[in-house]
Design a protein around this ligand. Structure first.
Ligand code: NAD
Ligand code: USQ
Length: 424
């Protein structure tokens, strides 16, 4: 198989790897070899990309990060910040080297810069590209026309460039692309993993599952999915589209090694995802901001499971020519239910938490059916971490540690879906 470089290594590196895949590569599991792959992490300075880079590096893979730093620029421009202080990417990789003896290389650049991107991919020849490098929030994409256009340009053109670079320079490489459960919206039928069997006027077909996203950001992911599926069909590329649910948690075993390795803790109205936001709100006595009735139900996943899911996708690559879709979440909750769980867990820290129902700034169903399939990753061996009180307590403890940094002004939602111009 041309997409991996096998090297003799420490058997410990094999822990957690899929045995079937190992046998496929070596033809003999008794050979006790480790797999060292070249993995390119696009968006490797972000909330998920950074811990994923550490995760793969820790397993002995050769990791290269590419990041435009657009996320850090947004914070600087708008006076937003991660609750946990962040070091620069340069200091992060240096600290990782000091603490573990492992090397991560990085390049600062934009996926929309095709000559930069294609040279990087041609030179590195990755076995897998894990693509996190997008503008990733719904509220950002709904601020105004300019932000909607940036989201489409950054995400759709960036991903198109990735596809062209793979086709031209590294056609056997496996693209693992971060999509979102929000591509499907909230249909009144079960959500399948990417495709649905349909019988229409007596004829049967397996077709892409209908997409009804709730923001221009989520729409950009739909456009990506279509482009990737098309590229796999016409150019025989291989790709896994991971339709991930809302992520929570702020630490992984690798980020905990040293404070300089911390990842982001976004709690603001643009980048903060709901559960991390609720934890930050809880520790300063800010009433939890449930939008509307709170019946909005989504799939959720612990950041540690994100790492494991991506590992499973990388180590069990899609066959050449296949566009594969996995739904990447482990549990579903309504927003009101989450608020109640946070309220209950906060009591363990002696915190009294109030819940506030705000007028919903978004246009979304607030009471709806939601039942999504997520069996593919479980079948590959995912062992989910569930949302237990201990998990919430640990996120809240982290928030308490830095509670003096919480800026209430950036907690309140100010982006209204019904308006075409919003100010932060
Ligand atoms: P993030 O904003 O923290 O990280 C994204 C990183 O990509 C940032 O460091 C940013 O600077 C970089 N980037 C953005 N556009 C780029 C470009 N054109 N070229 C190079 N680098 C670029 O976001 P995250 O939370 O780590 O999310 C990563 C991916 O996972 C995104 O694609 C997102 O849509 C997806 N996802 C995230 C969640 C979640 O809850 N965080 C859930 C589902 C899916
Ligand atoms: N919500 C509240 N109060 C808040 C924040 C959010 O009630 O203070 C509600 C929202 O209205 C929504 C739900 O909580 O109904 C989830 O909102 P979110 O901001 O946590 O998540 P979302 O906008 O969907 O986006 C996040 C990530 C995105 C990822 C997506 C996965 O920012 O990158 O794609 O989760 S999913 O939701 O499955 O599409």
């Amino acid at each position: 198989m041309s997409f991996v470089n096998l090297e003799i290594g420490d058997i410990d590196l094999m822990k957690g790897y899929n045995k079937k895949f190992f046998n496929l590569l070596t033809g003999d599991s008794s050979l006790q070899k480790a797999i060292n792959m070249k993995i390119l992490i696009l968006g490797g300075d972000g909330y998920l990309g950074w811990p994923q880079a550490l995760y793969f590096s820790n397993k002995g893979h050769e990791v290269l990060i590419i990041d435009s730093l657009m996320r850090r620029h947004f914070d600087l421009k708008n006076k937003f910040h991660s609750l946990i202080p962040l070091t620069s990417l340069k200091i992060r990789v240096k600290a990782w080297g000091e603490m573990t003896g492992r090397k991560i290389n990085f390049l600062i650049g934009d996926t929309r810069d095709f000559s930069f991107l294609s040279k990087a991919i041609r030179d590195f020849q990755p076995a897998a590209i894990v693509h996190f490098a997008e503008q990733r929030t719904a509220p950002y994409s709904m601020i105004d026309r300019e932000h909607a256009v940036f989201t489409m340009d950054n995400n759709v053109i960036g991903t198109l460039n990735v596809l062209y670079a793979i086709k031209d320079s590294c056609p056997n490489c496996h693209l693992v692309k971060l999509g979102t459960m929000g591509e499907y919206g909230t249909p009144n039928i079960d959500i399948e993993e990417g495709f649905i069997e349909i019988t229409h006027k007596g004829r049967r077909d397996r077709l892409p599952y209908p997409k009804q996203p709730n923001s221009f950001y989520h729409l950009s992911k739909v456009h990506d999915s279509h482009n990737i599926m098309f590229a796999c069909r016409v150019w025989d590329l291989r790709a896994t589209d991971l339709n991930q649910g809302v992520v929570y948690g702020v630490e992984t075993p690798e980020t905990k090694i040293d404070h300089r390795l911390a990842t982001r803790f976004d709690y603001d109205q643009i980048y903060g995802t709901v559960l991390n936001r609720f934890c930050a709100q809880a520790v300063i006595g800010f009433p939890l901001t449930v939008y509307g009735q709170g019946g909005q139900t989504r799939g959720y996943i612990n950041i540690q499971d994100t790492m494991n899911c991506i590992d499973l996708a990388v180590m069990n690559p899609a066959p050449q020519g296949e566009f594969r879709v996995f739904n990447q979440f482990v549990e579903t909750f309504s927003v009101s239910h989450l608020a109640q769980i946070v309220q209950r867990s906060a009591k363990k820290l002696g915190l009294k938490v109030r819940i506030n129902h705000l007028n919903n700034p978004r246009v979304e169903a607030e009471n709806h059916y939601y039942n999504a399939v997520n069996t593919s990753l479980l079948n590959l061996g995912l062992q989910p971490h569930l949302l237990e009180d201990t998990v919430l307590v640990s996120i809240m403890k982290k928030a308490l540690e830095f509670s003096g940094r919480i800026n209430k002004k950036i907690l309140e939602p100010s982006v209204n879906w019904r308006k075409t111009t919003n100010t932060l």
